[in-house]
Design a protein around this ligand. Structure first.
Ligand SMILES: [Cu+2]
Length: 494
């Protein structure tokens, strides 16, 4: 059997009852009789295989890539850091498929420790979801794993490890699934990846996490906790970062995105940060939001966007003439990521230049409505489940329904059900809640998303169709909160 619970990784050790249940499910699909408690569907279950077979077609195009995760010295712009990255670049390689293609990525792990790759936002086959201890064994140092799955839905996605706090190093890349039916009414397409950066400058993410756990009341710029506060989000993060990056570059040496005046640009914005939401605006422009987490929305114009960790937005911009700062201000923190949009003559804006749009209309995902083409059919709710987010800085433990993963109880549903998740945040910190393998619909507005901000003392309800059987992580996309327990599993029963 492929499954093992003897690995010495933290995640595997803490796997506990879920791992045992999953192992039972795996053995039962090999024809054995699993233990009586084996009600969860493991990643190798017949149902998972059947769901992937349904996605595949005989005419399927195959996109093949090889990616190496390894230690690297990288220039962020005036600052060279020793970090871990995919193919020695930040962001890592940009992958592109068309909807319905098969993506086959061989991941070579040349890191000094085990890793994994999660394909964030995709409704993929559960055994390819990349969560060690839940959907696969960890990929050991020096070994390889081939991810192979159908990319069913067009949109802007990204990939990153689901191992410890590795996401807070340089390990991330963008996956774009193109829509063959998309009219493509734009002249430029830019991918903009936001990140909060600390690795190689003082402390590694593992040390940051150890500090949070050992002295949780302290803010991690040396200030007392609770100073990172935002009017939009309340508690806005736990870590004070020395740098904020756009496409792997510091504000002192930003990337330049080049177009011509009057052109229309589609900008795909991804927040690959670990503890920071960004307020994003393009100086001298308004943006029209067209997609949230890959799925189309009713287009809406805005001055600025708030984008939490794990969220993606696509916007359309009609380019003016000149040189403009694209700014991602760290919400509730001090600092910003900067890129430059150039369509004409002019000097590069100074890194600290004010962008008035940041303080005008600011849009959140919960303000949007779904495009008609992607609305869930109206159906009765078969099952409602409470997801209560708790915890705080005084003891660094973050919980779902009162327990920290892996002690959390799985949320069990049945195939075909319409499920409502009632997300409720009882803590003083915002949490971007991410569900693997599904794109849910916000109960208000119907917007399809896989990551949604839940603000302190507030709730959000999301609906989904249980049409992709398996064991799916549901967690906060603050990597430190997830590591400290804010994760559970949405699981389909047989
Ligand atoms: Cu959180």
């Amino acid at each position: 059997m492929r499954w093992t619970t003897t690995d010495v990784s933290r995640r595997s050790l803490v796997l506990g009852s879920l791992g045992v249940l999953a192992a039972g499910a795996l053995s039962s699909c090999d024809g054995d009789v699993g233990p009586a408690t084996s009600r969860l569907i493991g990643p190798d279950a017949r149902e998972v295989r059947a769901a992937e077979r349904l996605r595949r077609t005989s005419a399927q195009r195959i996109v093949t890539r090889k990616i190496t995760a390894r230690p690297s010295s990288l220039d962020l712009g005036g600052r060279t850091v020793r970090t871990w990255a995919y193919d020695d670049a930040i962001p890592g390689p940009e992958l592109r498929t068309r909807a319905g293609d098969l993506l086959r990525v061989e991941l070579a792990n040349d890191l000094p420790t085990e890793t994994s790759v999660h394909w964030h936002g995709l409704a993929l086959s559960n055994d390819m979801d990349g969560v060690p201890g839940l959907t696969q064994d960890p990929i050991g140092a020096g070994s390889r794993f081939v991810y192979e799955f159908t990319t069913p839905d067009p949109g802007t996605y990204f990939f990153h490890p689901h191992t410890g706090v590795q996401l807070d190093r340089g390990l991330y890349g963008v996956l774009i699934v193109e829509d063959p039916a998309e009219p493509g009414e734009y002249d430029q397409e830019w991918v903009v990846v936001l990140d909060d950066w600390i690795d190689g400058i003082g402390r590694s993410p593992d040390e940051v996490y150890a500090d949070l756990v050992s002295s949780p009341g302290m803010g991690h710029g040396g200030m007392m906790g609770g100073t990172m506060h935002s009017a939009l989000l309340g508690g806005a993060g736990d870590v004070d970062y020395p740098l904020y990056l756009i496409n792997g570059r510091t504000p002192q040496a930003p990337v330049t995105l080049t177009g011509r005046p009057g052109q229309r640009a589609r900008i795909r914005i991804v927040n690959a940060g670990s503890d920071t939401a960004f307020r994003v605006a393009l100086g001298g422009h308004r943006m029209t939001v067209t997609h949230a987490d890959g799925f189309p929305v009713t287009p809406v114009a805005t001055d600025a966007l708030l984008i939490a960790m794990g969220e993606r937005y696509d916007v359309i911009v009609d380019l003016a003439d000149g040189v403009f700062p694209l700014v991602a201000r760290a919400e509730g923190k001090v600092g910003a990521g900067v890129a430059v949009v150039r369509t004409g003559a002019g000097s590069v804006p100074s890194p600290g230049s004010a962008v008035r749009e940041l303080d005008r209309r600011i849009l959140l995902g919960t303000d949007l409505t779904a495009a008609d083409s992607v609305r869930l059919d109206s159906e009765d709710i078969d099952r409602s489940l409470d997801v209560v987010l708790g915890g705080g800085m005084m003891s660094y433990r973050w919980t779902i329904n009162g327990a920290a993963y892996p002690e959390t109880d799985a949320l069990e549903v049945a195939p075909g059900e319409r499920v409502r998740l009632r997300l409720r945040n009882t803590s003083m910190m915002f949490h971007p809640v991410h569900l693997h393998g599904h794109t849910f619909a916000l109960s208000q507005g119907g917007t399809r998303k896989d990551t949604v901000i839940v603000r302190p003392r507030q709730g959000v309800e999301v609906d989904l169709r249980a049409d992709n059987p398996g064991q799916w992580a549901l967690h906060c996309h603050n990597v430190y909160h997830a590591e400290a327990g804010m994760m559970t599993v949405l699981s389909y029963r047989r």
